[in-house]
Design a protein around this ligand. Structure first.
Ligand SMILES: Nc1nc2c(ncn2[C@@H]2O[C@H](COP(=O)(O)OP(=O)(O)OP(=O)(O)O)[C@@H](O)[C@H]2O)c(=O)[nH]1
Ligand SMILES: [Mg+2]
Length: 403
């Protein structure tokens, strides 16, 4: 794994430099504002420093020794006494450690460099005798188990938590400080989340943005939040369409938002209406399309949605977002994402983060469906309660940091 810092006037500028040097696969680990010091402070304004990581092919070395107890799955209901004591001792410490991750990442980077240097200079390794783990090594295993338990408490699926710990075991070196262990897990998790494009501009004509998902998850509210951001914030021309003709109130809900934002609004009943609307709004930047929420088990409604989407895809450049509530049970989410995958490709939007304290499902669903999370919403307020998905923040929470 390569970890490196880049500085720019804005986060985007720093990221551009990072992508130029390391390629498009880089993932942000941390962002911070830096003020120029000393004399330079008089002439230069604040800058943004971005720490990025890039997973390299064949990056993970073979395990150098037998797996420790830390890799064993932990029984959540009945954790061993040692783990319980350590949870009591260390969960506040994890929070502190997470707060200073930037320093951790930097020192880990320096240590990696020093080790690479040592390895090139060192003599070939000598076969070692199997030794009893030291007291410190046992403490380390307990710390890893604490991280594992914290992930499970946050409802990360056991399968994925095990994968993350196994990855760590492969990278773990003897005498690795706790902070490096934490930084390593943090990086792995961020890389697992990857990055989403979100809504992007079309090359030509309007970008058609389709929103779908189960009933009541917050599709219409999310569209209103995004439409507000694009019209008021980015000064783009957005038209709002709804294909939700099942409930009169549903169309009215979006019409109200359209009136407030002073954007055109139209109800579409047929595929012909949909194509016509795209033609009529050809000089707009975006056309957001709301759909009726329904159960993924309702085959007829799923078929109708498929027809509508096919018509839209023929009409122009499009993107699709599946809106899910973070409060839905994991098993149901798995079924929902699977059935929508049959209709089309999509990015995810998670709503109602304010209604749950466990965010494990975000990681579970990202890994299960292998689709990026673009936005999250955390309240009913339009337009404020929406943000681009921030993996750094979520991973910190999943590892026991403050919300
Ligand atoms: N707490 C919370 N409530 C939300 C959030 N997003 C939406 N809601 C609420 O969820 C309820 C349903 O929102 P809608 O936007 O109508 O959901 P929908 O998916 O369009 O519903 P249908 O069209 O009936 O399928 C409303 O009361 C919203 O205010 C959120 O992030 N947090
Ligand atoms: Mg709706």
């Amino acid at each position: 794994m390569i970890i490196k810092k880049f500085v720019g006037k804005t986060e985007e500028e720093a990221m551009e430099a990072a992508r130029k040097e390391l390629g498009s696969g880089v993932v942000i680990m941390n962002v911070k504002e830096v003020k120029p010091k000393g004399f330079a402070a008089l002439f230069r304004s604040k800058q943004t420093e971005v720490t990025v990581a890039l997973e390299e092919e064949g990056d993970i070395p073979k395990p150098v020794r037998k797996e420790t107890a830390a890799a064993e799955p932990v029984n959540r209901e009945n954790p061993p006494a040692a783990a319980v004591t350590l949870v009591a001792d260390n969960s506040q410490n994890i929070e502190k450690r997470l707060d200073s991750l930037q320093t951790l990442l930097e020192s880990r980077f320096q240590q990696d460099e020093a080790e690479k240097q040592e390895q090139t200079e060192a003599a070939p390794p000598v076969e070692k005798q199997e030794e009893e783990p030291s007291e410190e090594e046992l403490e380390r295993s307990k710390f890893v188990r604490l991280l594992y338990n914290t992930m499970l408490e946050n409802e990360v699926d056991e399968k994925y938590a095990n994968q993350i710990i196994e990855d760590l075991e492969k990278n773990k070196k003897p005498n690795m400080p706790f902070d490096y262990i934490l930084a390593n897990v943090y990086q792995k998790m961020i890389l697992k989340f990857g990055k989403a494009d979100g809504i992007t501009a079309a090359g030509k004509g309007p970008k058609i943005v389709l929103f779908m998902g189960p009933t009541g998850v917050g599709k219409t509210t999310t569209i209103a939040k995004l439409a507000s951001d694009f019209t008021m914030g980015e000064k783009k021309k957005v038209a709002l369409l709804t294909a939700d003709t099942y409930r009169i109130a549903a169309a009215e809900q979006l019409r109200t938002y359209a009136n407030i934002l002073e954007t055109p609004f139209r109800v579409i009943y047929t595929e012909g209406d949909a194509k016509q609307a795209v033609q009529d709004f050809h000089n707009f930047d975006y056309i957001f399309v709301d759909t009726a929420g329904h159960s993924h088990k309702n085959e007829e409604q799923m078929e109708n949605m498929q027809k509508l989407f096919d018509a839209m895809k023929e009409a122009g450049e499009y993107q699709t977002f599946l809106v899910l509530s973070a409060t839905t049970k994991y098993r149901d989410l798995v079924r929902i994402v699977s059935s929508y995958k049959e209709i089309t490709d999509y990015q995810l939007i998670f709503t109602k983060l304010d209604e749950t304290s466990t965010l494990g499902n975000l990681l579970n669903l990202k890994l299960f469906a292998d689709v990026p999370i673009a936005y999250v919403t955390c309240g009913q307020n339009v337009p404020d309660d929406i943000e681009c998905f921030n993996p750094q923040k979520t991973v910190k929470q999943l590892l026991g940091g403050k919300a």
